[in-house]
Write a protein that binds this ligand. Sequence first.
Ligand SMILES: Nc1ncnc2c1ncn2[C@@H]1O[C@H](COP(=O)(O)OP(=O)(O)OP(=O)(O)O)[C@@H](O)[C@H]1O
Ligand SMILES: [Mg+2]
Length: 570
Amino acid sequence: MKKIVFDNISWRYSSSKEWALKEINAEIEEGEVVLVTGPTGAGKTTFCRLLNGLVPHGYPGTLRGRVYIDGRDTTTIPISKIANFVGSVFEDPESQIVWTNIKDEVIFPLENRRIQKDEMEERISQSLGLLGLLDKVDKTPYELSGGQKQRLAIASVIAARPSIIVMDEPTSQLDPVGRREVMEAIKRIRDEYNSTIIIVEHNIDALLNYADKMILLNEGCIVIQGEPDAYYSSVEDIVRYRGPLPECVELSYRISQITGKKFNCYNTDCLKEAIEKVIGNKVIEVNEWDIVNFDSKGDTAVELRDVSFVYADNTKALDGVSITVKKGEMVGIIGVNGSGKTTLAKTLNGLLKPSSGSIKIFGKDVNAYKQAELVGKVGYVFQNPIHQISCRTVREEIAFGMKNLGFNEEIIRHNVETLLERFNLSKFGDAHPYNLSRADQFRVTFASVVAMNPDILVVDEPTTGQDHAQSHEIMNFLQEENKKGKTILVITHHLRFVAQYIQRLIIMLNGKILYDGQTRNAFSNYSLMRSSLIEPPEMSKLSYLLADKGFHGLISVDEFIDRIAELATF
Ligand SMILES: Nc1ncnc2c1ncn2[C@@H]1O[C@H](COP(=O)(O)OP(=O)(O)OP(=O)(O)O)[C@@H](O)[C@H]1O
Ligand SMILES: [Mg+2]
């Protein structure tokens, strides 16, 4: 029997005129790992809700068709019963946190299942261990970093070992190695307990090799579904329906376009062979890449000297950090979950006061600024938008900071409308920000901060949960602002965007700065990547594999295509 059957399902929330999902038909076998993707607003979260019973049980709306789990119609099973066999990881892990203790967070679903004490202990250490949280058990969930909270949400679901696990963007805030670890943990649960896994994600590069089946949603419809090989043989359709292309698939597709030969790769080994076929025995002598000197003259925007920060529970989140950023620079900050990125960002606008060391903004000590003056200088966009939202409509939220800074009415109105348009938020203008998806909420808070026109913009994980088009839109926007002279600091785990948009990179680990220099050099330095526990983007991995053919140091799809075009004989 099929594990899950979507039988011509349509769903409309009563608050909306549009159908969120339209005539969905899909069958999922027991033990399958299914990857669901699709652009913003495609219906992915609703798809998850149909499985955990939140739709139709938890929302008013109109349902047509049925979902069957193990042959049972989910409309006939109370949601509390569904929770016994469907475990969910929600888009915002914080919405899932109930307890003030990490162990309790994992124990709770186990107690509900009446698991014996010994087994409970074993499951707790297994799941927290798989998610790298064993050394964090003495913290409260609220004392975890954003990515650690996401890991906790996954650990508590894995410990319960439900027969179906539904995860809505479970790895969006995880570092690349973390993403792979989660997939390994999921695979283990699947292999040992034959669980069926449904994962919604935009950044699927690290997930692809684990999927048995792919589903692409667009405007409420399933537009493509199938096994990865078949799915990725229709790249034109994926592009047309705005599905994400992993870097390897994108490169493979573009090589096919320039050579006229069909390549269908979605990992680096396959691409290496394809490229070798295309270039034959040619090897290009490549000069070393130009050294970019960041220490240009000019005003210093941000200067940290030997900054340390210790949280109330004695966690040393920053440990002797020194950084200088010149006015008009754009800098990326990366590092594994819990390495101190957010803590660092929060010291720049006075949200956290360093335990020791000094921070200067435009040459003046951060403590010497009046709060309102500092807000006008350093705009910080929080990692979790919920922590920043304070108004009842999206329009008011975007206007909020400008009003506080005394902008004139005319300018406020103009900026609000321009930013709504720019960030694809026009249709939400009068909506309550809480009713938006996390990705949409982030663009609202992002707009409210950039509207204040700060000289320095610090953005904490802007691409989290955004589809690829929106991620590019945000990165392009930041680049434009940078060209206008703004100083930009971007924290992110999405390294393909770093490779494409950001030249200077800072890598953090254990509250320290491990690297500060050119992005290209960092991604090309295998031992640095290992010591910083970072998995480089797929294109860098490919450049290691093809280093002896003249591909050393390449970090983006565009660069590969240029190099192949130089070498290939068509
Ligand atoms: N409020 C808090 N109280 C105690 N410890 C905290 C608190 N917030 C964060 N920490 C700890 O401080 C360290 C740095 O956390 P921070 O949030 O700066 O990391 P991050 O690099 O932003 O991680 P992520 O990529 O997961 O967002 C982590 O070990 C984290 O557990
Ligand atoms: Mg963070």
